[in-house]
Design a protein around this ligand. Sequence first.
Ligand SMILES: [Zn+2]
Length: 582
Amino acid sequence: MTEYFEVHDRDGPARRSELRLTESLKTPGLIDGKLVDAGSKWTGDIDEPDGDESVLTVLPHRALPGGTPTEVQQAFAVAYPDVDFPSAAVISPETAKDHGADVYILSNAQKIAGHAAAFVDAVIQTRGAIPADTALYLPGVATPGNVATLAYAGIDLFDTDQAVLKGLQGKYLTTDGEAFLEDLEELPCACPACQIPREEFDREDCAEHNEHALRAALATVRERIRAERLRDYIEGQARHEQWWTASFRRLDQQYSYLEQRTPVCRQSEITAATDDTLRRVEIQRYAERVTSRYRCRFDKPLVLVPCSAKKPYSQSQSHGQFHDAIQFRAHLVSITSPIGVVPQELELTYPAQQYDSVVTGHWSATETEFVADVLQAYLEQIDYPRIIAHLPKEYREICERATDGLDIEFEYTAVDHPTTSESLSNLASTLSDESKYMKRERQHNTIRAIADYQFGKGAGDELFSDLQVGSRYPKLRAKDEAGEQLAMLVPEYGLLALTIAGARRWVESDTPTKRVEIDSFVPHGSVLAPGVVDASEDIRVGDEVVIEGPQAFGVGRATMSGPEMKTSTRGVASSVRHVEEK
Ligand SMILES: [Zn+2]
């Protein structure tokens, strides 16, 4: 039972949390001065420590060097006592499990620091074995440069040992790496230690500077997590050293670890400034859902257009011009890096209106490949009567790659640029024989397409078999034939929020329901983690969830992943939008 550690904000595997000692400590942060080690059992029997709430007590341990065979580690494993003060257990990735401690200390930290593969494997193995609401401490390795990457992977606690040691060795640390003090003509820092003339600045001052720089770097990390934008930061910052970059790229290959910890919607922006952005969970998940869950319900030609900088696209000048030329006679799909393809019904759906990319007029080879692959997967599963590519000529390579091997012919209508009057008139005339679809059809298709995207393939037809849509786009309300409201479209995320009636349809349908099973009580406003009896494994932050217990049936939005709800003993697991007593 973790009484002394609580997670407040999550940003992928990174968390902003609090270690509740007498004087509370913010994490990711430094444990210096707050740690009492009860000692190693190798030196003989040790009495159980008394402990107190002002410090974190490291329980008697028996650490082994990294690389010790698992059987040997298990043979010497320590049974940790159940204590009622803030405590830490020393573990290795191989012996990590729930010992009832608030903090877990990785004993092989020195060995894995600097080695991306070993580090990522160790963190994933350890995080998978200890409860979500406990802190992970990597002793003796933190520097101002590496803490952002380490925190991004899921490390919560650090110390100043390495920064001080490097200072005493004459190495001056910053967030972009390290320099030999002798090589510096100027001190590139405004911390108190650096306020003396360069020639008087010695190694002791350097150690003091390193400590300041580490504290500042950790504050930056905490603020980035709070803003939900740590990833944007490390895509740039981690580039300064190979093992930092290698670590987050290796982490990107551990998709399920990241996916479980990445919300399905949020309001923070995604800056797409590097090819690494294409591997973000948010981007991969959107592409995966559009090419596997989405179904086009318009019986019309497809018109491919470039995205606009303004979001949602339909509010932009260029898309206004495309719309005037198309006049409800075609299905509009935007081609964009880094999202891939965005069908018109999903233009609001996260992250289609939350990303901002660097526009240079040229796409990198990686972007071209990614977008072409997504477009190809999209075209393979949707059968359009005609495909019109109303795209600038730079997109020609994408079109050719996407149709390579497919029996599909594009009709090209843009001359030079898609918004020239000649291009727009070509687009209008190529559609002259096509009939228009009705506004009601567009609204129905939007609700159903979002349901498919959000709840799974076929959900749009199952949950909304009979449908009336009210209000103006984007604030659409979905009702059944009798006029009872089932859901509303939340314009900020482009996802549906269900009513009780909508949630009942979900439960009764063949679409897998995301369920939070609770104890015998009626929740109001939220469900706390200790009240959760069971939760679906595939629940992600931001997901709609059905909340059910012996006394209540409700619907809300998850604020933890399913696995985290099950293992956490603190914090809000889900909001509750509507609830009925049984
Ligand atoms: Zn300084």
